[in-house]
Design a protein around this ligand. Structure first.
Ligand SMILES: Cc1cc2nc3c(=O)[nH]c(=O)nc-3n(C[C@H](O)[C@H](O)[C@H](O)COP(=O)(O)OP(=O)(O)OC[C@H]3O[C@@H](n4cnc5c(N)ncnc54)[C@H](O)[C@@H]3O)c2cc1C
Ligand SMILES: Cc1cc2nc3c(=O)[nH]c(=O)nc-3n(C[C@H](O)[C@H](O)[C@H](O)COP(=O)(O)O)c2cc1C
Length: 583
């Protein structure tokens, strides 16, 4: 997909140079952009270090591929880099920030870091302890170490690629040598990542720096991962509402048949749904653009493109395409632009700045429609060739319009029993039951955060696991939205679940959440931790996860200061005994 770029007038160039630059890079594709970035970095490297001798051909250059991931994209890219690096004669080592210490960086050789951003501009949770140490005064100096950072993110978030940016800046601040400019990649990261990786490995390779520009441009643009491009059309074998009519929101239980697909999964994994946009919104957009009926465009806007977000780049590019001066001015003013973007989508841009543009130009502005992930709520030991999901229907108002979540309303409103959903498994190695089935577990969650725990309990029931299991579940009303109430109570009775604590937030005047239960039951929680329990947290990232983290820190500090609690919590994360699946 091509993206428009304009060099700001504040750039350190003469006006005619800015004009010339805009002529060249005004319409580069992401791949060309990544190539250009690598090329310029290569020129810098050549000028800065003209005298680096070529290494003997047999010598393998040490390369550490350091990654921080939540849902596995950075991890998959790291594996890809490793393969490429071996072919280019490096001795690569892949290192998960979740398992790394900052001291390892000193002897890491060159470092190629792949870092995603989560929450609202936060690091992936397993990487957080490493990054705290990396950002602290205690981090080692890294003079002489070459580094390059590939940042993964989603440009519809205000803090786009924030963690990657911070890591890049920190390497430089610690004295490391930037071998390639950072790239900040959006959800359609595969092709530009491949190109950047090739360029960066060229630059890190121990040979004449002028060779950095030899990127096999055509070869680098390849198809996306097979799982995304060829999802399985699973039939919905059961579909019912879990919440009562009086609940504040609706949550659905959906069973999918995987019969004959060969798809397997483990408790803790997620299922990705490749969604389709709301046909009413698609029609609305086509009407706003004044385009004639075109089945290809309708199909593209329904199945291929993200039409429900709006990014700063899209505002700028739309202004440039439609030569809309007022929109261009708004897009260039950071404060006003952020105010406009808040809660708005593409349809709002078309409504506020009506224009007619051709379908190709319009779709060139759009990002690909991303899959949505759902924690699998079943164990194959109990349900065999099925996967169960727990899906909350998202509907809200913003900027004076009612909005519907793309995937959750597709599943809630437009797909019923007998319908099909395109799916693939998104494994999550970091949210697994303990290997020792006799070890205790404490499952903390709210709302749809119950989903993976249903899979854990099905698994433990099927395997006759002996370990104690404690569920702390938060929801609004005992009577209206206690998801899977009957099953959970049956597991409690049968001893599959050893203990259940509920935090209903709206059954009494004062709000009561899972963190309140944790604090009240802190002495029991400490006992479970002393017995080797693994803690799990699943559900809302914005509020619940932060409050639970703060409470756990307070509990672990045991009357001492906050830092003591943080160190103890980091130790649990690093030991794989505090696992989060929050969104
Ligand atoms: C690993 C993982 C596991 C998950 N498991 C589950 C699960 O088991 N069950 C489940 O239901 N969900 C789960 N989710 C969340 C799920 O993937 C989707 O994000 C969710 O269903 C919304 O998707 P959607 O397509 O319906 O909404 P989208 O169309 O993606 O809309 C979501 C966006 O709407 C905006 N938004 C939402 N509320 C508001 C508001 N009040 N005001 C303004 N803007 C708002 C935000 O920008 C938000 O990003 C999980 C997510 C992850 C990453
Ligand atoms: C719940 C959630 C929060 C996210 N928050 C951000 C964010 O604040 N900034 C950003 O640039 N990307 C954000 N992203 C996008 C991810 O960084 C992006 O999907 C990335 O490819 C994930 O890589 P990973 O699988 O290696 O973790 C978020 C994604 C999800 C699902």
């Amino acid at each position: 997909m091509s993206k428009l770029t304009t060099v700001p007038n504040s750039a350190p160039f003469a006006p005619e140079q800015i004009q010339a630059l805009n002529n060249v890079i005004g319409n580069v594709s992401l791949v060309q952009r990544a190539w250009l970035s690598g090329f310029l970095a290569g020129l810098d490297a050549a000028e800065a270090k003209p005298a680096i001798p070529a290494a003997p051909p047999t010598e393998k250059l040490k390369l550490t591929i350091l990654y921080a991931t939540e849902s596995g994209n950075a991890e998959a890219l790291a594996a890809q880099v490793r393969q490429d690096a071996i072919k280019r004669g490096f001795a690569p080592k892949v290192l998960d920030m979740g398992d790394a210490t900052v001291d390892q960086l000193k002897s890491a050789g060159s470092i190629l870091a792949i870092v995603s951003t989560w929450g609202d501009g936060e690091p992936p949770q397993r990487a957080a302890p490493f990054l705290r140490a990396f950002m602290s005064d205690a981090a080692p100096r890294l003079e002489g170490v070459k580094f390059a950072v590939l940042a993964l993110g989603d440009s519809s978030y205000a803090q786009f690629c924030e963690t990657g940016k911070q890591v890049d800046a920190r390497f430089a601040a610690l004295g490391a040598i930037r071998a390639a400019y950072r790239v900040d990649l959006d959800l359609d990261y595969e092709a530009p990542a491949k190109s950047w990786i090739a360029t960066t490995l060229e630059m890190l390779a121990p040979k004449d720096a002028s060779s950095v520009i030899h990127v096999d441009f055509q070869k680098s643009v390849t198809a996306e991962a097979a799982s995304k491009t060829s999802p399985y059309a699973a039939e919905i074998s059961a579909h019912h509402k879990l919440t009562s009519e009086r609940a504040d929101s609706e949550t659905f239980h959906v069973e999918l048949s995987l019969a004959g697909s060969g798809i397997t999964y483990e408790p803790g994994d997620a299922l990705a749904i490749v969604p389709q946009n709301d046909p009413a919104l698609v029609s609305d957009i086509i009407a706003k653009l004044g385009m004639p009926h075109d089945p290809d465009l309708t199909e593209a806007l329904t199945s291929r493109y993200d039409i429900t977000t709006l990014t700063a780049r899209q505002m700028k590019d739309f202004a440039a395409l439609t030569k809309n001066v007022a929109l261009g001015a708004l897009a260039d003013d950071v404060a006003k632009r952020s105010e406009f973007l808040a809660g708005r989508q593409m349809i709002d841009l078309l409504e506020n700045f009506p224009s007619t543009i051709d379908p190709e130009s319009f779709t060139s502005l759009l990002r690909p429609l991303a899959p949505r992930y759902y924690s699998i709520a079943s164990s194959q030991k109990a349900v065999a060739e099925e996967a169960h999901l727990t899906i909350a229907r998202l509907a809200y108002e913003s900027a004076g319009r009612s909005r519907k979540g793309v995937a959750s309303t597709l599943v809630s409103d437009r797909r019923k029993t007998g319908g099909l959903l395109d799916v693939f498994v998104k494994p999550n190695q970091h949210f697994r039951l303990p290997k020792d089935s006799a070890a205790p577990i404490v499952m903390i969650g709210a709302g749809t955060g119950i989903a993976p725990y249903r899979s854990f309990l099905q698994e433990r029931e099927a395997t006759g696991a002996k370990g104690k299991s404690w569920l702390i579940f938060g929801h609004r009303h005992f009577l209206y939205d206690f998801l899977y109430q009957l099953e959970i109570q049956a597991w409690l009775k049968a001893g599959v679940l050893s203990r259940l604590d509920l935090a209903t937030s709206r059954d009494q005047p004062e709000k009561r959440y899972v963190q309140h239960v944790l604090w009240e039951q802190r002495s029991d929680l400490r006992k479970q931790l002393d017995k080797g329990a693994t803690l799990y947290l699943c559900g809302d990232a914005k509020h619940m996860a932060r409050d639970v983290d703060a409470t756990l820190q307070r509990i672990l500090a045991d009357g001492k200061n906050e830092a003591v609690g943080q160190v103890a919590l980091d130790a649990l994360i690093t030991a794989g005994r505090y696992k989060k699946d929050v969104y």
